[in-house]
Design a protein around this ligand. Sequence first.
Ligand SMILES: N[C@@H](CCC(=O)N[C@@H](CS)C(=O)NCC(=O)O)C(=O)O
Length: 250
Amino acid sequence: MTTNIPVLYVFAISHYCEKARWALDYLGIDYELHHVAPGEHAEIAKKLGGSNTSVPYVHVDGKIIQGSANIISWAQSQSGTGEKRLTPEVELELCTDIEKRIDDIAGVHIRRFYYSEALVEHPGTVRPLFTRELPFPKNILIRFAFPKIRKIMISRMDLGKAQGDESKDIVAGELEWIDGLLADGRKYLIGERFSRVDMAVASLLSPLALPPEHPVYNNLSHPPKLAQQVSKWSDRRSLQWARDMYAEHR
Ligand SMILES: N[C@@H](CCC(=O)N[C@@H](CS)C(=O)NCC(=O)O)C(=O)O
């Protein structure tokens, strides 16, 4: 399939997909959004020549761009030097370091903390997020295949009670780190204007911050233990700031 309109492939539930989607929306890129089913996502990535199976990926002009950070860089390269540049004008190296750390640590452990309770103990709350926006026959297929998908996810992401607790502690440490970066009352993490680093941090914290402007988490219902923890964290500077970024820029 070759198309001139970029196609963004996503899972509705994924905060990495939300990050890529926000970038394309923010920069005013004309694109098609394709929600894919688990399993299908890997087949499509392979068919398009991807080097791995993860969403998000963009297919454009016969090329595949994989990973939310690469997608932001590509989108920025398409949109020139307008008012809404996502690359900060200063401290590029610091921007890359913060973006990489939030992608590799908080992004991964927020997901594991959530799934360790939601997918293990309350899978019925996760399934609608996997079937959301899928066309009718695929939606039915995923409903039936969900027990198998759940098993694979539990094994691949190493989910469980102890693992969830471990991830919760890691997330607490990473929130402390972001609180510290914001402690001097700055509006943006780097420089005087909104940049990709703010987008990366706010979108990857969005499963905890639950901003009303988020296209999926605006009515996400957390399982009970996670809900309790999230309500304890809710007034933290980092999560309030993430909600502010959404309110102003999403
Ligand atoms: N660092 C990557 C992470 C992407 C990622 O972990 N995607 C998950 C969904 S949240 C995925 O596609 N998992 C299934 C797979 O890798 O096949 C990014 O920023 O895009």
